[in-house]
Design a binder for this molecule. Structure first.
Ligand code: CO8
Length: 257
């Protein structure tokens, strides 16, 4: 792979993916996105991996889709390339996916962070949807996920002005889970991942799916969906182990079965 690096066992049960086009501020070209999609699919199928962290570098998580690659394209070129099937596949990742963001998370970069389940940000992180400044608009979920995350007023402002918000503002608006000093953002994401990696992987997948359903359906259907997944956890050895361990006053040993 040319544009990402992967550590499958970065820490116990935790995989780390690094976007790695530093000179271009990790601009998301088609090849990078395909590499990312394939990697996430492989990690999703790897039983030793329970949580995935996606990060860039200190200066940039990703400064957006690759403008140079898109500059000469027509609408039909864009339609034929169908890059969004790649994004759709990334959205299907079943395991918890944490974005560790420092520096720029702009345009497609902000959209990619929002496609993850949680965002841990360094205090130098900057989020924005600046597509309007180059005559287009968000296309990989920015108008939808940003609006759901931070509300209509602020999302509209960011999408229509292209202004960036700081990590602290992103925290205030509920876009990110926490903000930490820049030298600690990966460590903080790893701490969060470590906590989740100790839980039942079966329950984590079903719970993630259920939380995401809250954004895709109305309440009754969401509650129904949640109930089915709750019942399903009782088909796992992890449920037996988790409850037995509680009764026996010991730490559970989850296996993902
Ligand atoms: N695409 C391609 N190259 C980029 C991008 C980008 N998005 N961002 C930065 N680069 C390149 C620069 O061209 C420059 O390259 P070179 O050294 O060859 O000139 C290098 O990265 C460093 O960038 P700068 O010199 O500009 O660095 P600064 O620190 O001065 O500025 C900024 C940093 C503010 C982030 C600035 O680079 C910038 O404004 N970048 C563009 C941000 C942007 O508009 N993003 C949105 C892109 S459109 C988009 O994401 C649409 C998503 C739609 C769906 C997704 C489909 C895949």
């Amino acid at each position: 792979m040319e544009f990402i690096t992967v550590k499958t066992q970065y820490k116990k049960h935790i995989a780390l993916i690094n976007l790695n086009r530093p000179k271009e501020l990790n601009a998301l070209n088609l090849q990078l996105m395909t590499e990312l999609k394939d990697t996430l699919k492989a990690l999703d199928e790897d039983d030793d991996v329970r949580v995935i962290i996606l990060t860039g570098n200190e200066k940039a998580f990703a400064a957006g889709a690759d403008i140079k690659q898109m500059a000469g394209k027509t609408a039909i070129d864009m339609l034929n390339v169908d890059q969004f099937s790649t994004w759709d596949q990334i959205k299907k990742t079943k395991k918890p996916l944490i974005a560790a963001v420092s520096g720029f998370a702009l345009g497609g970069g902000c959209e990619l962070a929002m496609t993850c389940d949680m965002i841990v940000a360094s205090e130098s992180a900057k989020f924005g949807q600046p597509e309007i400044k180059i005559g287009v608009m968000p296309g990989a979920g920015g108008t939808q996920r940003l609006t759901r995350a931070i509300g209509k007023a602020k999302a509209m402002e960011l999408v229509l002005t292209g202004n960036f918000i700081s990590a602290e503002e992103a925290l205030h608006y509920g876009l990110v889970n926490k903000v930490v000093p820049t030298e600690m953002y990966l460590e903080a994401a790893t701490e969060l991942a470590t906590q989740i990696a100790q839980m039942s992987p079966v329950a984590a997948k079903l719970a993630k799916e259920s939380v995401n359903r809250a954004f895709e359906t109305h309440l009754d259907e969401g509650l129904h969906f949640e109930r089915k997944n709750f019942y399903l956890t009782f088909a796992s050895e992890d449920q037996t182990e988790g409850m037995k361990a509680f009764v026996e006053k010991r730490k559970p040993e989850f296996t993902g079965k």
